[in-house]
Design a protein around this ligand. Structure first.
Ligand SMILES: Nc1ncnc2c1ncn2[C@@H]1O[C@H](COP(=O)(O)OP(=O)(O)OP(=O)(O)O)[C@@H](O)[C@H]1O
Length: 224
């Protein structure tokens, strides 16, 4: 569904990314690694249409993000669930309400989705914390809540930016297991991470490809 064809991005000044080619086939699992500042977050933003390339093309279902109107892009983005690096919760809303937000934004009847919502919170292990406020959660709980919010609309693709950045090993493993389970359900998964131990640990759970971004160039490493 997501394809980069010679895509580049510049925040102004010198270009950050140039000539990137990448295809995320349906049901694939990719890790994206690379040094801090290499442009991993920027590349993810290109993939979910938050940024449009300043050169080359990013295609979502074959459609160039630069030619998509606001509504068309919003429709595409509903098919991509994003776990942001900093989670981006609304702190005065409960975890249940934060996870349900995409339903509200899409104009869906949240009361009618109560069972789905409860099942999803149970699946990520947050049923007992559903009424807590985001600042009351641990880092690992916040990341699992962010994953729940990213998948509440049943997206085809899940993009996660450093989902295990501030959490301990056991919690990282738990998150990885959830991502692997989603991949087994047929979801396409793209995870940016510095955590090479996590990538190694993924070997037993998923068949993934490791992409490395450095000096503006994307190289495709071995398959796990
Ligand atoms: N909105 C912005 N305006 C200008 N420069 C930016 C902006 N966002 C990011 N950059 C710069 O682009 C470069 C790449 O940033 P990006 O966040 O994509 O890297 P990253 O590989 O995800 O880094 P990290 O691993 O530290 O999260 C950095 O030098 C950063 O300062």
């Amino acid at each position: 569904m997501i394809e980069l064809q010679g895509a580049g991005y510049s925040y102004g000044g010198a270009g950050l990314l140039a000539g990137l080619d990448l295809g995320l086939a349906q049901g694939s699992f990719h890790f994206l690694t690379g040094p801090s500042g290499a442009g991993k977050t920027t590349l993810l933003k290109l993939c979910y249409g938050d940024l449009k390339p300043t050169s080359g093309q990013v295609l979502l279902d074959g459609r160039d993000t630069r030619s998509l109107e606001r509504d068309g892009l919003a429709r595409m983005r509903r098919r991509i669930g994003v776990v942001h690096q900093d989670c981006q919760f609304i702190d005065h809303l409960s975890i249940r309400e934060n996870v349900a937000l995409p339903l509200m934004v899409a104009g869906r009847d949240v009361a009618a989705e109560a069972v789905n919502l409860a099942q999803l919170l149970g699946w990520v292990g947050l049923a007992p914390r559903a009424d807590a406020l985001p600042p009351q959660l641990s880092g690992g709980e916040r990341q699992r809540a962010a994953l729940a919010r990213a998948i509440i609309m049943d997206p085809e693709v899940i993009i996660a930016d450093e989902p295990t950045g501030n959490i301990d090993w056991e919690m990282s493993q738990r998150l990885l297991t959830l991502l692997a389970e989603l991949n087994r359900m047929g979801k396409t998964v793209l995870v940016a991470t510095h955590d090479l131990a996590l990538i190694r640990a993924a070997k037993s759970q998923v068949s993934a490809r490791v992409l490395r971004l450095a000096n503006g160039v994307l190289s495709s490493g071995a398959e796990l």
